[in-house]
Design a protein around this ligand. Structure first.
Ligand SMILES: Cc1cc2nc3c(=O)[nH]c(=O)nc-3n(C[C@H](O)[C@H](O)[C@H](O)COP(=O)(O)O)c2cc1C
Length: 170
């Protein structure tokens, strides 16, 4: 855990009409966080600005999910996925995130924007089971092979669907 925060198992959730928004530079450093992000994360704006999003990383999240996120956005595509985040007080909250690259006038990637909303309860249930399996596979494989092992579990779950089709059908 990057933040040194211990998970409490207490769940918090977004309101139905809430959107969490952050913007980063090209390295992922937070440049902007909206009020809902600040409130839900429990960190102050000063603590968030300049930090990486791993400040709210939950230990239940498989590494291979973040590898897929970064591989996708770094090649200019949009990433959609379920993320379990951890607030400063150790509580957790699930989001359905859409992360997109921002481009400068020369069309180079200048940063990223993430918009998250409240996921459906059935999707959270499915993602919880899937991520548990992925995390277990990563743990069994050891640090060097963890990403491949987690990705293999995900690929099996896709069952022929594209990643995006699969996520949106959860
Ligand atoms: C725009 C953007 C939004 C992100 N949002 C989150 C997030 O909400 N939660 C999270 O754990 N990681 C998020 N990440 C991924 C983090 O940068 C990081 O890869 C992840 O927390 C794993 O950190 P670690 O590899 O240092 O353990 C985001 C990345 C970007 C570029």
């Amino acid at each position: 855990m990057k933040s040194g925060v211990t998970p409490t198992g207490v769940e918090r959730s977004l309101g139905d009409d809430d959107f969490i928004v952050t913007k980063t530079d090209a390295k992922g450093r937070i440049l902007y966080a909206n009020r809902i992000f600040i409130a839900l994360s429990g960190f102050s704006e000063a603590e968030l600005l300049g930090s990486q999003h791993n400040i709210i990383r939950h230990p239940d999240m498989p590494r291979s999910v973040f590898k897929l996120l970064w591989d996708t956005i770094a090649t200019g595509q949009e990433f959609i996925g379920y993320v379990k985040n951890m607030a400063k007080d150790g509580s957790y909250y699930w989001v359905l995130a859409t992360v997109t690259p921002d481009r400068d006038a020369q069309h180079n990637i200048s940063g990223y924007t993430s918009v998250r909303r409240k996921p459906r309860a059935t999707a959270v249930k499915a993602a919880t089971v899937l991520y548990k399996d992925m995390l277990a596979a990563e743990g069994r494989a050891g640090a060097r092979d963890a990403i491949d092992a987690g990705a293999a579990v995900l690929n099996q779950a896709l069952n022929g669907k594209s990643y995006e089709q699969f996520v949106l059908a959860l």
